[in-house]
Design a protein around this ligand. Sequence first.
Ligand code: VGL
Ligand code: ZN
Length: 206
Amino acid sequence: MKVLILVDLQNDFCANGALEVPDANAVIPIANDLIEKGTFDLVIATQDWHPANHKSFAANHPWRKPGDLIDLGGLEQILWPIHCVQDSFGALFVNDLNHSAIDFVFQKGTDVEIDSYSGFFDNGKRKATGLGAFLSEKGVKEVYVLGLATDYCVKFTALDAVELGFKTFLLEDACRGVNLNEGDVEKALDTMKEQGVILLNSKELI
Ligand code: VGL
Ligand code: ZN
């Protein structure tokens, strides 16, 4: 069993979105091609899905601005612009994505008090989203990850997949990063490789 995990292909991370990831829209046609021709048994999407009062938003802390670092419940938290608010346009999957091919959606970041970059757990590993148990139950052995953003949600989703024992591939050309600091994407790729994620080009599958 092999599964494709589409990480956060949502309006707010794409062109003109609240937390725009450079060149994010280039990922969408690659995702569609992989869905169509990649011979996956299952297609899963993660969805960043915050309540409006989420504490990862700079706007919810007096005098703070996006990019500031705070302590949130004992964890270092980067403050973000307001993004992917539940039921808003920004939280929807981008229109050009082949939505109908998505078998299951796992939402994350729903707890006001803690952020959740990984599709498997929140940033403190306090709660699971259910994705890990779901994949194990289905007998999935191989996980292929793509999406946004390479240096946050993609990275932590791939690292957790490895840790949970899945053979984990990163479709490198189908990811884009925030690069808040220069070199963040490169660093994220190095960390993933070091931890056992196998980097792949989508051309090897389609
Ligand atoms: C993400 C920052 C905040 C992501 C989500 O999808 O990578 N990054 N929320
Ligand atoms: Zn978020």
